[in-house]
Write a protein that binds this ligand. Structure first.
Ligand code: BDR
Ligand code: CA
Length: 310
């Protein structure tokens, strides 16, 4: 199984991504690292454990990480995810403790201990923890197999500002460090996630699993939808973060281009924008596989089948 660390700020879509990973024998989850993003760190660290316990996996280690972006004030998204970050269904408080130590140190130690090129990082929140680890221990950078992250946008442009996607916008300095790191990157931008829509039928399929986990996933996606459907006028809400995990399990569901992506740090209107050279006009070297399309039916079939295993 492929070894992964999920760096996350749950968030309903983060929660579904974590469940998908825990349900999939192709992946070995070495640990979860939490970051401030959708809600403050104390809540994302709590929510990550709520999700592990829902999956019956209190053995998974959850490490709390950075509580604020590298240089900026934290921006959160309660308007999308609710006050708890996981609104939609009331689940019991976790009884499993946080793992001891800082998420950044866990990332560094794990990458040093495991054989080079065997650990994949899956960031689905702001990139603060990953960038901090790379800055603190530059020797680990070349040991990372791959980074498969959710963030950015090209044709779909922005969701938190007209120009920027949330995960990149919250900590563009961190994103820039990661995009310049030289680690092979796969990026799931809004262009892809806005194709992975939770239609009525897809949400019902989760509910019809008839399991506690299926019910939770349906309730979360229902909640999420209330906000997003009004915003985008689409048939359902985009299920962003699980796209990264689905890519690790079934990469053929996705297609994209290997291109140069730079992070805008200064723009008056465009801070946090992913300047993606889709048409390859800049002459700058490619640094990311920027995904543009997903087979949405295939994605939901995989997701529903896996959620059904929990
Ligand atoms: C991203 O922002 C968060 O609100 C979601 O969890 C996802 O990671 C989408 O822009
Ligand atoms: Ca997220």
């Amino acid at each position: 199984a492929r070894k992964i660390i999920i760096d996350t700020d749950p968030g309903q879509d983060d929660a579904v991504a974590i469940l998908l990973a825990l349900a999939s024998p192709e992946l070995e989850v070495l640990g979860l690292t939490t970051v401030a993003g959708n809600v403050p760190l104390a809540l994302t660290s709590k929510n990550a454990r709520v999700v592990c316990e829902l999956a019956g996996r209190s053995d998974i280690r959850v490490f709390a990480g950075c509580e604020a972006p590298l240089t900026r004030q934290l921006v959160t998204a309660e308007h999308v995810h609710g006050k708890t970050g996981l609104d939609g269904i009331a689940l019991p408080d976790p009884s499993m403790p946080l793992a001891e130590g800082h998420a950044v140190d866990f990332l560094i130690e794990t990458l040093r201990e495991e054989a080079p090129g065997t650990v994949t990082l899956c960031p689905i929140g702001p990139l603060t923890n990953i960038a901090t680890a790379f800055q603190k221990a530059p020797d680990i950078v070349e040991r990372v197999a791959e980074i498969v992250l959710m963030g950015g946008a090209y044709f779909e442009v922005g969701n938190v500002t007209p120009a920027a996607e949330f995960n990149i916008y919250v900590d563009p300095e961190a994103a820039s460090i990661v995009f310049k790191s030289g680690v092979p990157l796969v990026v799931m931008p809004l262009d892809v996630t806005h194709q992975a829509l939770t239609t009525r039928a897809r949400v019902e399929a989760f509910r019809n699993l008839g399991t506690r986990v299926g019910h939770a996933v349906a309730s979360w996606t229902d909640f999420f939808e209330r906000f997003d459907m009004a915003k985008y006028g689409s048939e359902g809400a985009p299920l962003h973060d699980p796209c990264t995990i689905a890519y690790l399990i079934e990469p053929d569901l996705f297609s994209g281009r290997h291109i140069n992506v730079e992070i805008e740090l200064e723009g008056r209107f465009t801070a946090g924008m992913t300047v993606a050279d889709w048409w390859r006009v800049s002459g700058r070297e490619a640094n990311a596989m920027f995904i543009g399309d997903v087979d949405a039916d295939g994605f939901f079939a995989l997701l529903t089948e896996r959620i059904g295993r929990l």
